[in-house]
Design a binder for this molecule. Structure first.
Ligand code: PGA
Ligand code: ZN
Length: 431
């Protein structure tokens, strides 16, 4: 059979932090092939797919020899001869072969590289782009970008507690216009940092290194950068935050290192709510830790009409966890990272549950990335509505934004920018 899988290749390549990662290729009888690369997070959820590393001294313990061995050994044996036009069956085979909820045996990094390669090869067999293969003829929107201006948390040596300070331009009308606005804000923020004697390079995802005295100073600086670039905060440009609160929660308290304060759940809720009322914030990710369901429900109910409340570590791209949050009334948006799930099919199931609940969905990169631009295809092909890939600098980030630009151009008059439609139904557009 011409479409049969004839070989699975694995190789070690390097990610944007200079750490090893897994690249996989699936080759078919007829010579068509597809490639996938595993990204890697630094602020990981407790329940996400296991990132299988060698440990030991070499490469700081980040070696992927064992993960590569799993692709070359059991995965390759299981996949050879399968129909390369059926990536759903490949994903199912990977899930069965591993047999654990978090890919504890094969490694989520091995699984996701192979899964992505399977979807790419299926699209290549049809001779079409991955996004088109995923869309299957349905109408899709170009995603609203969520772009980091200041990095923080685990991506900046915990210099500030908030992990991402980002901007969104929902009224931009196109990806091109949204990126042009963001470019001006990113530049203005750099100038402001320089003028304040606080310019110290960039963090892991390309956002400015956060040399601030408090978390609020970062928020204030972002508002000033938006104004300095010539835009109206809260009318044209809005703020999006990723608090990544699990990172500084010890089971009882949220430890704000920068401000030398310990907050209980109630105080943390009040802090976030205060920021949401004082600053033009449209989106807040992981405002509370992954085990804090009751406080998350309360905060979501209070803020849902003015901002989307996004679950990342809280949901780990898992359909059952999304369903649980929907039932409880927590959150209103799901961040979807394919390597949290381990297979594209599993990630898509989480996205589908979120959409069925009228939530927003955001396809997201990780802080450790590569030149692979597949997630732009996923954001478009799955009609996610939003895309988050880090800042407006560094090749591994810009490759994704540039891919989105090319797609917009290719779509021509048929291009539809998600803009305000990207937000959850519960959400009232600010007047
Ligand atoms: P990570 O962070 O890729 O380092 O886990 C990204 C995020 O929290 O959104
Ligand atoms: Zn996050």
């Amino acid at each position: 059979m011409r479409a049969a899988i004839s070989g699975v290749v694995a190789r070690q390549i390097w990610d944007s932090r200079g750490r090893p990662t897994v690249e996989a290729e699936i080759h078919l009888q007829n010579g068509v092939w597809g490639r996938g690369i595993a990204p890697c997070g630094a602020s990981r959820g407790r329940f996400e797919a296991i990132d299988l590393r060698d440990g030991g001294g070499k490469f700081g313990g980040f070696g992927v020899t064992r993960a590569l061995g799993n692709v070359r050994g059991p995965i390759s044996v299981a996949l050879e001869g399968m129909d390369g036009r059926d990536p759903v069956a490949v994903d199912r085979r990977l899930e069965e072969l591993d047999g654990t909820p978090q890919f504890g045996r094969l490694g989520g990094n091995a699984a996701v590289a192979v899964s992505l390669a399977a979807w790419q090869v299926a699209a290549a067999y049809e001779g079409i782009a991955l996004w088109r293969y995923l869309a299957q003829g349905r109408a899709v929107r170009l995603p609203l970008p969520e772009i980091q201006i200041f990095g923080g948390g685990a991506h900046a040596g915990r210099r500030i507690d908030i992990q991402d300070l980002m901007v969104m331009v929902p009224g931009a009308g196109s990806v091109r216009a949204a990126l042009e606005t963001t470019a001006e804000i990113y530049r203005a923020a750099g100038r402001l940092m320089e003028d304040a004697g606080k310019l110290a390079g960039t963090a892991d995802e390309g956002g400015w290194w956060p040399l601030f005295g408090s978390n609020e100073e970062a928020l204030e600086m972002l508002v000033r950068a938006i104004e300095m670039a010539g835009f109206r905060p809260g009318e044209e440009v809005f703020i999006s935050l990723d608090i990544a609160a699990s990172e500084f929660f010890d089971g009882k308290h949220y430890r704000l290192t920068l401000e030398d304060r310990d907050l209980d759940s109630g105080e943390m809720e009040a802090l976030i709510e205060g920021w949401a009322r004082r600053f033009p914030i449209l989106s807040i990710e992981d405002p509370l830790a992954e085990e804090e369901m009751a406080p998350m429900v309360r905060l979501s109910q209070r803020l849902c009409s003015r901002a989307q409340i996004v679950g990342d570590d809280f949901l780990v791209s898992d359909a059952a966890r999304v369903e649980k949050a929907v039932q409880a009334g927590a959150l209103s948006a799901a961040l979807i990272k394919i390597n949290q799930a381990g297979t594209l099919s599993r990630a898509k199931r989480a996205l589908d549950v979120a959409k069925a609940a009228d939530w927003a969905t955001i396809v997201s990169a990780r802080s450790g990335e590569t030149e692979d631009i597949a997630i732009t295809d996923l954001a478009v092909g799955w009609d996610a509505g939003q895309l988050k890939v880090g800042s407006f600098a560094r090749g591994e980030r810009m490759a994704k934004w540039n891919a989105l630009l090319r797609l917009e151009e290719e779509m021509g008059d048929a291009a539809c920018f998600a803009g305000w439609s990207a937000f959850p139904k519960s959400f009232g557009k600010p007047q």
